[in-house]
Design a binder for this molecule. Sequence first.
Ligand SMILES: Cc1cc2nc3c(=O)[nH]c(=O)nc-3n(C[C@H](O)[C@H](O)[C@H](O)COP(=O)(O)OP(=O)(O)OC[C@H]3O[C@@H](n4cnc5c(N)ncnc54)[C@H](O)[C@@H]3O)c2cc1C
Length: 397
Amino acid sequence: MTVSTNSIDQPAVDTPTVNRRAIVIGGSLAGLFSGVLLRSIGWQVDIYERSAHELDSRGGGVVLQADVVTAFKRAGIATAALGVDAFERYYLQKDGRIDRMPMRQTLTSWNILYRTMRRHFPDEHYHQGKVLTEVRPGNGTVTAVFADGSDETGDLLIGADGPTSTVRQQLLPAYAPQYAGYVGYRGLVDEADLEPEAAEIFTERFVFYDFPNSHILQYVIPGENESLVPGERRFNWVWYVNYDEQTELPRLLTDKGERQRTYSVPPGMMSAAAEQEMRDYADQVLIAPFQKLVAATKEPFVQSILDLGVPQMAFDRVALIGDAAFIPRPHTAASTAKAAANAIALVEALVDHSHNVPQALADWESDQLALGMNLWQHGRSLGERSQFMCGKGRSRG
Ligand SMILES: Cc1cc2nc3c(=O)[nH]c(=O)nc-3n(C[C@H](O)[C@H](O)[C@H](O)COP(=O)(O)OP(=O)(O)OC[C@H]3O[C@@H](n4cnc5c(N)ncnc54)[C@H](O)[C@@H]3O)c2cc1C
């Protein structure tokens, strides 16, 4: 599918070349990719986000993939200062050996991607504290109904409302995320807060330690203030640990205010007991550099690893995109890129079909289903291989 460069390789401008209106549900990355790209082809776009607060206090690291860079470029957003380069992979061994592999990757942060797109999307069209409750198909239109009683009508509605998607619950009620059998403990450490010997190993490298039924990884990402300057960045780590869904997971997902969370506990909210359990386990099973990294982490957080794949993404004038449709396991490092790819292909289809929404969505869907399904299956096989190998340690429930 080709698109003329005049139509979509231009900066986002408010030129209503096609007097069409999109309603985007969810103001995280998939919603913002859609928003900035639809504006770049002249659509009027309003984003409705459930959270009443800025989302940017919970993000960790993201591997910067080509589709994200493409989406930014097509929306006219500069990409030069998006990430930190790593030049090689280190696979640390228990006996102190290091297996090295040259590989260049750019690592960024969820915060930078979110904030950069937020700055390019007009505040007056980004509505916070708006909870979608219902999608109503109309005659050549679609209407979003919100919990505050208001409603909005447009030509296209994009369900970018993530794992708990209300849009998906209404259109595909049988499909919901399934717990994969393990969690990702996560943490961020300012470069200045890690002792030099460990910092030397981790700096500008993608570093792994694999052991039976688990693995931990680290890469450097921009600082909280988006700085890429050495000394002002952060070490980002993720540690995958198996927890039984019935007997163990509820304890881990109960936060320090005793609230039972659905899928994740954000930084600063883990209960003291759950945090201590993680730190004790790190002292038992990790090797020294990673023990130091976990010990230096002030506010670890945890998220359940989920599986989700849907059989349909286009519903006349409604498109399901990003994590609302497919949640590949994080080992693919592709969730954010998939959200970008969904949005890029959607605007291409709208241009190809002269903005005939149902036709464009029908054309868009098959490649996006294939992309989601492939990533989903690939992620599952990577996860099963690394988390449930026979051996000592936390086996599956
Ligand atoms: C705060 C935050 C931090 C994250 N940090 C990372 C990270 O560090 N690394 C990483 O790889 N991934 C991270 N993710 C997940 C990442 O954004 C996704 O995996 C991926 O980029 C696709 O995003 P998405 O927009 O489809 O889904 P999500 O990012 O889950 O966003 C869905 C959005 O929809 C909103 N929403 C849900 N229901 C409704 C409703 N009924 N009405 C209105 N709005 C609704 C949610 O509040 C949320 O903002 C984070 C997500 C969030 C929300």
